[in-house]
Design a binder for this molecule. Structure first.
Ligand code: CAA
Length: 297
């Protein structure tokens, strides 16, 4: 039987998931196309994993190195919102291709923007759809993750990288600064000195450096990255979706507030889990030496 990764790779290489119908794949028990998926032009959307509980989004503008044009971001936001609302989905994976996760915001598209058009339209506001998602999002980064591409990866909850990935905030080279969190999230990941160096030089860092700095949690051979990322999403999917959501909210508080109020927030969520059926089930299962049967309640 072909592995999930092999089938996923084969499917990702074909632009067939936009057809909104089930695929004629040889093993549809492993991967089923998202039959209700809208027609997307700039992304591919799929449901993967042995239990079909992982939402997979592939950025799909290979000729532009997945530059994040407005249309792509609208589609990405919609796909994330749809997966967030889909009870069958436990976690979401966002990936690109071997050359690029994403090479940043689309420079050609924004070249003629001006201050007032940016302010009036709320340029880049769709990016909040990603950070507002309640379910875990994992970035699987091969190739370039630059500018907005690096910022998109940092909007995700976990970053896994292929060993040839390159991260950077090169906006300084084109006379601007990161505009989707690069100056704010990067220092939280890697500290001020390294963030300053990356933002002020525009230099790229490779996957192993990114792992050493704490930007990336694990690095894999290029061809293993997606498979390993899906495995991680499946592992998260074995837990109570409700408690996973609360845990994500609580970790995110560490980036939003002071230690004191973050600890208070954590305590109130922790106490709150004792009002859930899944907490009762988890502890009962441990005591009774059996696997838990979580109900998302
Ligand atoms: N926007 C639009 N098009 C882009 C792009 C981008 N960010 N990055 C690459 N492309 C396009 C190129 O223009 C080129 O298109 P054509 O074939 O039509 O000329 C195609 O993708 C392939 O790119 P290259 O020929 O440049 O490929 P390369 O392998 O020689 O270089 C690269 C790769 C180093 C990533 C280089 O493309 C590059 O430097 N890209 C720009 C990176 C960047 O500055 N990103 C920040 C954007 S600003 C931003 O993101 C703001 C924000 O915070 C939200």
């Amino acid at each position: 039987m072909a592995s999930v990764a092999a089938i996923t790779r084969a499917l990702l290489s074909k632009n067939v998931i936009n057809t909104g119908r089930f695929a004629a794949a040889s093993n549809t028990s492993l991967i089923k196309f998202y039959s209700t998926a809208p027609e997307y032009e700039n992304i591919k959307v799929d449901i993967v994993g042995a239990k079909k509980n992982v939402g997979l989004i592939q950025l799909n503008r290979p000729k532009a190195l997945n530059a994040l044009c407005n249309a792509l971001f609208k589609e990405l936001g919609k796909a994330v919102i749809d997966f967030d609302a889909d009870e069958k989905i436990s976690a979401i994976v966002i990936t690109g291709n071997e050359k690029a996760f994403a090479a940043g915001a689309d420079i050609k598209e924004m070249q003629n923007n001006n201050y007032s058009s940016n302010a009036k339209t709320g340029f880049l506001k769709e990016w909040e759809d990603i950070s507002n998602c309640g379910k875990p999002i994992i970035a699987a980064v091969n190739g370039f993750a630059l500018g907005g591409g690096c910022e998109l990866a940092m909007l995700c909850d976990i970053i896994y990288a292929g060993e040839k990935a390159k991260f950077g905030q090169p906006e300084i080279n084109i006379g601007t600064i990161p505009g989707a969190g690069g100056t704010q999230r990067l220092p939280r990941y890697v500290g001020k000195s390294k963030a300053m160096e990356i933002v002020l030089t525009g230099n790229f860092i490779d996957a192993l450096e990114a792992e050493k700095m704490g930007l990336v949690s694990r690095v894999f051979p290029v061809e293993k990255l997606l498979e390993e990322t899906i495995k991680l999403a499946e592992r998260i999917g074995t837990h109570s979706p409700l408690i996973v959501k609360l845990a994500k909210q609580s970790v995110n508080q560490a980036y939003e507030t002071t230690l004191k109020s973050g600890l208070q927030y954590e305590k109130s969520i922790f106490y709150g889990t004792f009002a859930t059926e899944d907490r009762k089930e988890g502890m009962s299962a441990f005591v009774e030496k059996r696997p838990p049967n979580f109900k998302n309640n």
